[in-house]
Ligand binder design. Sequence first.
Ligand SMILES: Cc1cc2nc3c(=O)[nH]c(=O)nc-3n(C[C@H](O)[C@H](O)[C@H](O)COP(=O)(O)OP(=O)(O)OC[C@H]3O[C@@H](n4cnc5c(N)ncnc54)[C@H](O)[C@@H]3O)c2cc1C
Length: 498
Amino acid sequence: MTAIAMPAPDQAVLARRQEILSALQAIVPGEGVIHDEREMRAYETDALTAYRQLPLIVVLPETVEQVSKVLKYCHDNDVKVVPRGAGTSLSGGALPLEDGVLLSMMKFNRVLDIDYDNRAVVVQPGVTNLGITHAVEYEGFYYAPDPSSQIACSIGGNIAENSGGVHCLKYGLTTNNVLGLEMVLVTGEVIRLGGKHLDSEGYDLLALMTGSEGLLGVVTEVTVRILQKPETARALLIGFPTSEDGGRCVADIIAAGIIPGGMEMMDKPAIHAAEDFVNAGYPRDVEALLIVELDGPEREVDYLIGRVEEIARANQASHVRISESEEERMTFWAGRKAAFPAVGRISPDYLCMDGTIPRRELPKVLARMRELAEKHGLGVANVFHAGDGNLHPLILYDANKPGELDAAEAFGADILRLCVEVGGVLTGEHGVGIEKRDLMTDMFSEADLKQQQRVKCAFDQKHLLNPGKVFPVLHRCAELGKMHVHKGQLPFPDIPRF
Ligand SMILES: Cc1cc2nc3c(=O)[nH]c(=O)nc-3n(C[C@H](O)[C@H](O)[C@H](O)COP(=O)(O)OP(=O)(O)OC[C@H]3O[C@@H](n4cnc5c(N)ncnc54)[C@H](O)[C@@H]3O)c2cc1C
């Protein structure tokens, strides 16, 4: 374990482990409850692998009724619960708690309804992101948000993290593509939000739940919008002598009113790592590489390709290639899509950061990042969703060298503070989790954070759902004016502070 502290485990809950286990086994029979230490190891971390913790017990329910009963039992008996999908979170959102039940939703893996008339698909939360596209692609449809982890990550996890991907610049993040949810609240109540219709009545709780990182309820059913595949897609591969030129080109493309299907940038270390790994034909003599994809009707795409090329040349592009076939377009993307594993080959470990900046600040932020790399004595390779201003700096370190993980975390924190300083935000698409929890005060005022926690209290007064994530300080709901204090006795005096 490193610097980020988690709430101290509740000794009373640890002492009741056997009793809790028996109660959960009565709700989820057979193999649905895992308590053997060796078998629980598979759940001890997510994709923020620097942090590991065995859970108290793992439960894999198969029905909504079981989820409801598990949550009600945990609520009534003051046991914490960490919901989990596929465990690919990069911010530690699914990190277990020693005194908490890990609630895996991966047995909820069925596609329930495909409705082309309403362009909607209803799935259980454990269905993978790509699984939704697979279910409808034979009719020419697809689900647009496309995290790089889409082969593995669950749609429930995507909802919890408001995940994004290359195509979200044009088609929106998860929140723009979710139509309805069924959720179980920590008390065991089942609620439904939205549906196949376009607008929701009353407050838009659907948007509130999307990105709530498992803190407000457990998603048990998801209705998403599907889109028809565009008629054509072509891509440009553009190299620049400086990243400043690349950054300006991105801003000029958007300012010209063009919204590409995807617009991704890589810096020199990332270009070289990707090229060494997949031989995508990337130029090595450039400082920044931009992939711009245009999609839509063929004539429109041809016109826009020409416009983007003009803008690129006006920004000193030293290398321009335009895909002439589907195969070539896929080759352009192959390097970008393999960038993370490619960087894994040049460094024993890396931390993948995630922050967002206003697009025009890109050159300044890249220059400052180079200074920070020198200050912390570590390398960095940059891959970004350039169109959205969403940065993914990969900080290179060696976990076996004493002090390097701490240095990498300090470097990462400096990068995120820089994002906030230039008018951006701490997250792009990976969530806050534990990774960015302690930086929340760099972005939000005390009043902002208290207001957010009032929302948490409205759904989970005992702070039992995924505690220790997102909020740097847990206020008692009583302090936030949400709880009735009778004769000076706080209902939940033990809510942990960390
Ligand atoms: C190689 C790699 C590439 C990635 N690329 C991207 C990318 O391009 N874009 C992107 O956005 N992310 C990316 N990610 C991050 C990750 O895949 C996403 O955050 C994803 O949405 C997590 O889904 P999951 O099913 O793995 O959720 P988990 O990791 O299991 O959980 C994530 C969070 O969701 C909560 N949760 C999970 N299921 C439920 C549920 N049913 N109800 C309530 N809460 C729930 C958990 O409590 C936790 O807080 C990447 C990760 C990896 C490892």
